[in-house]
Ligand binder design. Structure first.
Ligand code: SAM
Length: 269
C-alpha cells in the first residue's frame, strides 16, 4: 500500500493540528505503523482510512490511529535525578507550603504505561508516610488510551521493576505469574488515570505543586511547546516545580517559568 504525497501531507497536518505532534520527518514511521493496521482491517488505501478518521475525529478509528502513532517508550526511575530532586527539594517545599491542607498535588502529564506516575506515587508514600494524614493521590494523563489501559492494569515484568528500590518492590508489587508482577491495589488507587490531550484547555480542579512533563515536548514544535507551558503555568501553585526530559530544554525568554537547573523549572511570580 502506497502513501502518496497528498496523503502524507494530510496526516502530518491533521496530527499536528489535533495533537501537536510533528510527524513531518516521520514518513517511514507513519507507513511502518499504519500499513499493517490498515491491511488487517480491510482498508484499500490510506485515503479511505483517513476519510473515516476525519468524519469522526472522536470516533474509534481516530483513537486507534493515535494509539498506533504515538511513541510511548518509558521505564521505572527514568531520569532519577528528578526523584532525588523531589525528595530533597520539591517535597520539603510542598510539606511547608501545603501544611494546612495536607494535600500534595502532582500531575504526570505524559504518563504512558504508568512507570512514571507509579514511581512518583511510591515516592510520595515514602515521603509523606503511610498513615494517610496527607492526601497523596496524583493525576496521570496521556493521549493514548492503549497505554492508559496498560497503566491502569499495572502489570510489569520482573526486569521492568528491577530499577525500583527493593523496599518499594516488596511493599507495592505482587507476583501474579512466573514473569509478571502487578502494582497492588492500594498503590493503584493512588493514581487517577485520565485520557487528556495536552493541546486542550486544562480543566483539572485546583493548582499543581509538581508537574512531570517529561519526554513529550520532543514531538511538539516551539510554538506548541510554549503555548502548552503557558497553560500549565496558570494551573500551578506559585513556587511549584515542573520537570521536563533531561534532553529537552525550554526557551528561558519565552516562558514565565524560572530556570533552576537543567530540566527543572519553577513558577516564581
Ligand atoms: C515517550 S512517552 C514519555 C513517558 C514518560 N513521561 C517518560 O518520560 O518516560 C511520551 C508520551 O506522550 C504522549 N503524548 C504525545 N502527544 C500527546 C498529547 N498531545 N497529549 C497527551 N499526551 C501525549 C504519548 O502518548 C506518550 O505516551
Amino acid at each position: 500500500m502506497q502513501l502518496t504525497d497528498k496523503e502524507f501531507a494530510w496526516i502530518v497536518s491533521y496530527v499536528h493540528e489535533k495533537y501537536g505532534i510533528n510527524l513531518s520527518q516521520k514518513r517511514v514511521l507513519i507507513t511502518g505503523r499504519l500499513q499493517n493496521y490498515l491491511l488487517r482491517n480491510g482498508y484499500q488505501s490510506y485515503s479511505e482510512y483517513f476519510a473515516k478518521v476525519e468524519r469522526d475525529p472522536k470516533g474509534q478509528e481516530a483513537i486507534n490511529m493515535i494509539n498506533v502513532l504515538t511513541t510511548n517508550h518509558t521505564y521505572f526511575m527514568r531520569e532519577s535525578v528528578h526523584f532525588d530532586y523531589m525528595q530533597k527539594v520539591a517535597l520539603p517545599w510542598v510539606k511547608q507550603y501545603a501544611a494546612s491542607k495536607k494535600d500534595v498535588r502532582v500531575w504526570s502529564a505524559a504518563a504512558s504505561t504508568g512507570e512514571e506516575p507509579y514511581a512518583v506515587a511510591m515516592l510520595l508514600k515514602d515521603y509523606f508516610g503511610l498513615d494517610g494524614s496527607w492526601n497523596t493521590q496524583l493525576l496521570a494523563t496521556d493521549l493514548s488510551t492503549r497505554v492508559l489501559k496498560h497503566a491502569m492494569e499495572g502489570k510489569y515484568l520482573l526486569e521492568q521493576i528491577m530499577p525500583l528500590p527493593d523496599k518499594w518492590k516488596k511493599t507495592y508489587f505482587q507476583r501474579i505469574s512466573e514473569e509478571e508482577y502487578q502494582v497492588k491495589d492500594e498503590l493503584r488507587k493512588q493514581v487517577v488515570f485520565r485520557q487528556f490531550n495536552l493541546m486542550d484547555e486544562i480543566r483539572f480542579k485546583g493548582l499543581f505543586h509538581i508537574v512531570f512533563l517529561r519526554n513529550v515536548m520532543i514531538y511538539f514544535d516551539d510554538d506548541t511547546k510554549i503555548a502548552l507551558l503557558e497553560r500549565i503555568y496558570d494551573h500551578m501553585e506559585n513556587g511549584g516545580y515542573i520537570f521536563i526530559g533531561t534532553t529537552e530544554s525550554i526557551d528561558k525568554t519565552a516562558t514565565r517559568f524560572k530556570y533552576i537547573q537543567p530540566s527543572v523549572y519553577r513558577k516564581m511570580k
